[in-house]
Write a protein that binds this ligand. Sequence first.
Ligand code: PEP
Length: 249
Amino acid sequence: MAKSLLAGNWKMHGTAESAAQLASDIADGLTLEAPETIVFPPLVHLPLVIAALADRPAIAVGAQNVSQYPEGAYTGEVSAQMLANLGCRYVLVGHSERRTLFGETDQLVAEKFAALQGAGLIPILCVGETLDQRQQGLTLEVVKRQIDAVVARVGLEHVCQSVVAYEPVWAIGTGETATPEQAQEVHAYIRGQLTERGQSTRLLYGGSVNADNAAALFAQPDIEGGLVGGASLQAQQFLKIAQQMVEQG
Ligand code: PEP
């Protein structure tokens, strides 16, 4: 599979100035062969990052979260249409921090996915098991359940038009990465689940990816790209990861 997509999740980090600077440093450093690149700044920094990248079509901008509702009395929420109007193209759904820290269920993730589709945005559906689930041998079952909830809500073809990121919860922000073999096993399983039913989609790996481990992960046949958290906050690290993807073809 071509290594085609690199996404940087900035989480709740940075100031207005640092966000604009990071966006332009990444844009300046990307080579012509670089994979499609997306940055996910904090919500309030979206307009300034979109403005900073206005003449840089090589980088898309996405949001880290969305409301499941189209509009209404939902204090503090932001709708899919509002994100689309700002100029976002992608939105993360089902990130493990949303699932574990904010109680998002498979059903809520599916509703958010549907809301994005309605607004013409591309969801990046994050799935993955906790350490406990892995140790109990439940990894594939958990990932299947998380994907099936979305398939049941929107239909297989719409999941296949999106991006799926396998992010083992125990590897996110911990410095501990799945081995390339562990990641490949789950990616092959997800691809099998989706192709078995007649479709295929873009599959990313996420979980403490950095410039040192990226090459081995991207060498795996079913890993088409990465969703990077911590290492996306330093332009040079992120650009090195992009370069590793180019080298893995
Ligand atoms: C993430 O936030 O999706 C992520 C993978 O974070 P990190 O790279 O820091 O583990």
